[in-house]
Design a protein around this ligand. Structure first.
Ligand SMILES: Cc1cc2nc3c(=O)[nH]c(=O)nc-3n(C[C@H](O)[C@H](O)[C@H](O)COP(=O)(O)OP(=O)(O)OC[C@H]3O[C@@H](n4cnc5c(N)ncnc54)[C@H](O)[C@@H]3O)c2cc1C
Length: 384
């Protein structure tokens, strides 16, 4: 059962269903933080972050009270994974390069960027050595690392954290951004309810080796939303699982024997820190600083779809890297991120998916008529 953007419902019959609904931001049970601390999962989130970051510099220019100005020039980021690290690096780079001569009342390079995380190191998933190098590069860039800090309160004026000894610290910050965790979207719960599929602790759907749900060979779950052998939520897993499922369906339609189990080919991981600095981990190869950055650039150009996108990205990056020119400076003062997400059921129902009873032969069928939406409302999609 699907819904058009204006709310009208319609049914799409299927023989094979591939679900790839990704993940959404998680506030670990504190969805109220989303009002003040947008996440970084959707384009709407990205526009909100741009509005908040550029808006904070503009407000700081008009602030007469030094404490007020200081607050607007403080950016607190919760979550020191690849997204948090990249955002922290980008804000410092904006402050020290792109905006450095744009204001009269303050020096943009004085902007404070505080990166908070409950773990002991940034980019922990890259291992001790790369994590240590990333921390050192972030410090050189001027990012304040506050590891071992659990966010306990977020409001319009900043964020409070608790350390391992239970001490509370508050950071007055005009902008708080959240990149700390992910959880499955409402459709995962609906899919699990309809099919009896198991879910892991993040709410992802547990799939079998051929990426289908147990007892439902006609339903595959791929990408971030699938849970299989602790594969990471990265684009490469999504692309490879998509290709595999497409081929699997093709084989079934031709009446060929089942495909071999899905095998993930790990091409490595990369995280951007700032211009000239990135970390790359691919098997025994560990790179950081400038070599890591060159490899990061190459990977991201190579994996862009289409020749036009690749040329466009190279030209834009050349201007950004050589002349500090960033075209993407416009922002609106109207909140772009607080509207209801179009994929979130208006009623707050956890999803609208219905699957047929186990259909081992995966023959043609239509999904049964929709159930009335359950009364229990789900949390708003954070950051939107
Ligand atoms: C800021 C950021 C940076 C990243 N950087 C990297 C990187 O450098 N390298 C890397 O490998 N990975 C990166 N990732 C991770 C990568 O983007 C994901 O692993 C990948 O996009 C997962 O693909 P997917 O198709 O499973 O889900 P998604 O790309 O998230 O797509 C899911 C889609 O389903 C839609 N959807 C959700 N619910 C419904 C519904 N009920 N009905 C219909 N549609 C629905 C969503 O709107 C979305 O368009 C990054 C992620 C983020 C957020």
């Amino acid at each position: 059962m699907c819904r058009r953007l204006l709310g009208e419902r319609f049914e799409v019959p299927y023989d094979h269903l591939i679900v790839a609904a990704g993940m959404r931001q998680s506030y670990f049970g504190h969805d109220e933080f989303a009002v003040w601390a947008p996440g970084m999962k959707t384009i709407s989130d990205a526009l909100t972050i741009r509005r908040r970051v550029f808006g904070a510099f503009e407000i700081a220019e008009t602030a007469d009270d030094p404490a007020e100005q200081r607050r607007w020039l403080t950016f607190a980021l919760v979550g020191a994974g690849p997204t948090g690290v990249e955002l922290a690096g980008q804000i410092r780079e904006l402050a020290t390069k792109t905006l450095r001569s744009e204001y009269r009342k303050f020096q943009p390079e004085d902007a404070r960027v505080v990166l908070l995380d409950s773990g002991s190191d940034p980019l922990a998933q890259f291992g001790d050595e790369l994590s240590r190098r990333a921390a050192s590069e972030l410090r050189k860039l001027g990012v304040e690392l506050r590891m071992g800090s659990i966010a306990t309160q977020v409001d319009g004026n900043g964020v409070a954290v608790r350390d391992k000894d239970g001490h509370e610290t508050r950071y007055e910050a005009g902008t708080v951004l959240w990149t700390a965790g992910v959880e499955a979207p409402p459709i995962a719960e609906a899919l699990a309810n309809a099919t009896g599929a198991e879910r892991d602790r993040h709410g992802q759907i547990c799939v079998q080796d051929d990426l289908t749900i147990k007892g439902h060979p006609e339903i595959s779950v791929i990408g971030d939303m699938m849970s299989l052998r602790k594969l990471p939520g990265v684009a490469e897993v999504a692309m490879q699982s998509g290709l595999y499922s497409g081929h699997r369906v093709k084989r079934r339609l031709k009446g060929q024997a089942s495909a071999k189990p899905f095998k993930y080919h790990d091409l490595g991981s990369a995280a951007y820190i700032s211009r000239g600095h990135a970390v790359v981990s691919a098997g025994p190869i560990k790179l950081s600083s400038f070599p890591g950055w060159l490899v990061w650039l190459f990977i991201h150009i190579a994996f862009l779809s289409g020749y036009r996108n690749r040329v466009g990205a190279i030209l834009t990056w050349c201007l950004a890297f050589t002349r500090d020119l960033r075209r993407e400076r416009f922002f609106t003062t109207r909140a772009t991120g607080r509207l209801r997400d179009l994929y979130q059921p208006a009623s707050g129902a956890p999803g609208e998916f219905r699957a047929p009873a186990a259909d081992a032969a995966a023959g043609t069928h239509r999904p049964p008529a929709p159930r009335p939406a359950p009364a229990k409302p789900t949390a708003r999609r954070p950051g939107t």
